[in-house]
Design a protein around this ligand. Structure first.
Ligand code: HEC
Length: 148
């Protein structure tokens, strides 16, 4: 077992590590540089801001994720607007999502339940604006499938 870690191996390990660290910085720099145009800040209307507040006050993130961040009890919602739009169409996606939130819980047996939050029309519209805005973030195709 003596001398099994040769000088060449030590050198290669260091070169390899340096390469990986460099790659990490290059990829991070690439991502950070493109973020401003991917997040479309200019579309953050007061309604979107209110929607985010409603999202936080009702702790939606306690069950859902946005772009993978949050809890894994219920579906990803970062792309929910696009998902419902695919299943229905542009006109029906908004009303569908609001109606969904309003009719909860379904009490369907063997199905996870979402509580009713008794939201006002203003809060529902704001939440929808927030979810729609979120779905328009260029997340480099994340999540990788439409089911989230
Ligand atoms: C206690 C957990 C819980 C909380 C908190 C919660 N939800 Fe849900 N939500 C669920 C579950 C479970 C489902 C899926 C139910 C089903 O498919 O029958 C769901 C589904 C949804 C859907 C439909 C998703 C789809 O893919 O069709 C939307 C939209 C939604 N929730 C929005 C919200 C919003 C907005 C909030 C905060 C106001 C919220 N949820 C808070 C549990 C929760």
């Amino acid at each position: 077992m003596n001398n099994i870690f040769t000088n060449a191996m030590a050198r290669n390990t260091i070169y390899g590590s340096v390469l990986v660290i460099l790659l990490f910085f290059v990829l991070t720099f690439g991502t950070v540089r493109t973020l401003p145009e991917r997040v479309h800040h200019e579309n953050i209307t007061p309604q979107v801001v209110l929607g985010k507040a409603v999202w936080e006050q009702n702790h939606c993130v306690g069950c859902h994720t946005l772009l993978g961040e949050g809890s894994y009890y219920a579906p990803e919602l970062g792309n929910v607007y696009q998902r419902i739009k695919h299943q229905t169409n542009e006109t029906h996606a908004g009303p569908f999502i609001k109606a969904w939130i309003e009719i909860m819980p379904t009490d369907a047996p063997m199905r996870r339940q979402m509580p009713n939050f008794n939201l006002s029309k203003t809060e529902l519209n704001a939440l929808l604006a927030f979810l729609k805005w979120f779905s328009e973030i260029n997340a480099a195709n994340w999540p990788p499938n439409i089911e989230g």
